[in-house]
Design a protein around this ligand. Structure first.
Ligand code: MD6
Ligand code: FE
Length: 217
């Protein structure tokens, strides 16, 4: 494993259970793979650029988003949904890079979900102050399929709540290379991201990227 881009020190991979069905795989992605992932993200974003989508209530999301894979998650005044076309460029979403699908399958298997075959990858970009309020991921068809979430760049505070919006969330720091796998009894847990703090990261500059892999259909 290569070292951290700043310190030359590699973090040791480890696995932590957040709740039954939700696992945090710390340092699951090493620096070499993180660099390859960022290059693949840049290629996807050339075809389907990041954009700030609108919520059904008419608010502009602070997180900039794009997608790759057979389906992409979108939101606008008509609601939240998956669709095969990118409404911004009016073409299908870019194909999912093979290293994305391989990583998602490897992480899901490590967490006990064998055979995960994502058809959607949401790309989230957070700049300082961007946040994601507590939500459930419930636009997917098959709730037996997990979600795999990969963090790259600046650290963020992940909020991990319960099955009710009012359950007090746990807070944990997600760093570059950390992966959260989420399924089974945790699949519909409320979760979110606190406003991103100012910073600079050697891989991504002044931002955090998150890839969330789903089986949409
Ligand atoms: C993020 N993640 O980490 C936002 N959803 O930027 C999510 O919304 C998410 O991390 C479902 C499962 C894992 C996640
Ligand atoms: Fe989510």
């Amino acid at each position: 494993m290569t070292g951290d881009l700043f310190t030359g020190l590699a973090r040791d991979p480890s696995m932590e259970t957040l709740t039954e069905g939700a696992l945090l795989l710390r340092a699951f992605v090493d620096e070499d793979e993180a660099i390859r992932l960022m290059a693949a993200i840049d290629t996807v974003l050339e075809a389907s650029p990041l954009r700030h989508m609108q919520t059904p209530g008419g608010f502009r999301m602070s997180v900039a988003m794009s997608n790759c894979g057979r389906y992409g998650w979108v939101t606008d005044r008509r609601g939240y949904r998956y669709q095969s076309r990118d409404p911004l460029v009016e073409r299908d979403w870019p194909a999912m890079p093979s290293l994305f699908a391989a990583l998602a399958g490897r992480a899901a298997a490590a967490a006990g979900f064998a055979g995960f075959d994502p058809d959607a990858c949401l790309i989230n970009r957070y700049e300082p102050a961007a946040r994601m309020s507590l939500h459930q991921d419930k636009n997917e068809l098959d709730m037996t399929q997990p979600i795999v979430s990969v963090s790259l760049g600046l650290p963020a505070t992940f909020l991990f709540g319960g099955m009710a919006r009012t359950d007090k969330p746990q807070r944990m720091r997600l760093e570059s290379g950390d992966v959260v796998v989420w399924g089974g009894p945790a699949r519909l847990a409320f979760h979110g991201i606190d406003p991103l703090r100012e910073g600079e990261h050697a891989l991504t500059g002044r931002c955090r990227y998150n890839l969330t892999f789903r089986r949409a259909r």
